[in-house]
Ligand binder design. Structure first.
Ligand code: PLP
Length: 313
């Protein structure tokens, strides 16, 4: 691992590592095999994985003298919600460029965006990763008005943001030293990239929710600079597809997984990311990719407010 750049302490670390024996047995593992890494409990703004990344972006924004954090996402973006929360906490403004149109009622993450004082720019019917041109216009407008915007990439994912998940991987190794599989949702790629940089490609299973056309490529690109530029072949990454009919849909597998985790461990997942990730873990056990007898860590990356803003859930 290369040297760590500056970060602001905004989250509560290390997050808890909890056993999940009833869930383990329900999905075909032994009771002692399964652990939940509770990154939904990182604290600020409702918590979740994006806080680990935002600690680095917030430090860089301060260093550059910025006064507005700008980022992009879908209407129920957890990353946008936590960007708004971080901006509030460090005394900056937040402008969120979201795909779609303003809904009649703000629910879930969108409700929290407003609560944290963020301004929302609706970009129309574009996929979350396709908002760059619209964002450039918003940033130019902010600059012309005298603001000093700092743009955080889609999903908080690049090599800087991914460092937050190097720290998470280090915590996992301290909490479960003999971990064999680490399972995470994979969307914009930074979370899996940080885990892979520390744990290696063989131990990390990413469950692709379908936000990017080629998520494995993104993971490989963000992880490489963290391991001193060694190239990672995207084809060597362990990725399972749980994208279903699209990012916005609630798949039957995700629904079954969300209900199973709630009813065995009283842990709440979200319909878009963590329920799909759990569905991916369940499928991996069913198909023998993950066998009983070795420790499995499921990273609960948060997103619970999305449960209250998802049309189908
Ligand atoms: C709750 C939750 N889990 C997982 C992810 C996936 O993380 P990444 O975008 O780093 O792949 C996201 C991304 O938005 C998320 O909001």
């Amino acid at each position: 691992m290369i040297d760590q750049p500056a970060r602001l302490a905004l989250a509560t670390f290390p997050t808890p590592m909890e056993r999940a024996p009833r869930l383990a047995e329900a999905i075909g593992l032994a009771a002692d095999d399964l652990w939940l890494k509770r990154d939904d409990l990182t604290g600020t703004g409702g918590g979740g994985n994006k806080l680990r990344k935002l600690e680095y972006f917030a430090a860089q924004a301060q260093r550059e003298g910025a006064d507005v954090l700008v980022t992009t996402g879908g209407p129920q973006s957890n990353h946008a919600r936590l960007t708004a929360a971080v901006a509030a906490r460090i005394g900056m403004r937040a402008v969120l460029v979201l795909g779609g149109a303003r809904p009649a009622v703000a629910q879930g993450n969108l409700l929290l965006d407003g609560l944290f004082g963020a301004r929302i720019e609706w970009a129309g019917d574009l996929p979350p990763h396709g908002l760059t041109a619209f964002t450039t216009t918003v940033v130019d407008h902010l600059r012309r008005g005298g603001a000093r915007p700092f743009v955080i990439p889609f999903g908080g994912s690049d090599s800087l943001g991914a460092r937050g998940y190097c720290t998470c991987a280090t915590e996992i190794l301290e909490q479960v030293p003999d971990v064999r599989h680490v399972v995470t949702a994979l969307s914009s790629g930074g979370t899996m990239a940080g885990l892979v940089a520390v744990l290696g490609v063989d131990r990390v299973l990413g469950v692709d929710v379908g936000a990017l056309p080629d998520a494995a490529q993104a993971v490989a690109a963000y992880a490489a600079p963290l391991i001193r530029g060694d190239r990672i072949d995207p084809a060597t990454l362990r990725v399972r597809d749980q994208s279903g009919d699209g990012y916005k849909r609630y798949t039957p597998q995700a629904r079954a997984a969300l209900e199973m985790v709630a009813r065995t461990e009283a842990v709440v997942l979200d319909p878009t990311y963590t329920a799909r990730a759990m569905a991916g873990l369940i499928a991996a056990v069913e198909e023998g990719e993950i066998a009983p007898g070795r420790p499995v860590v499921f990273v609960h990356t948060g997103g619970v407010p999305g449960l209250f803003g998802h049309a189908e859930a």
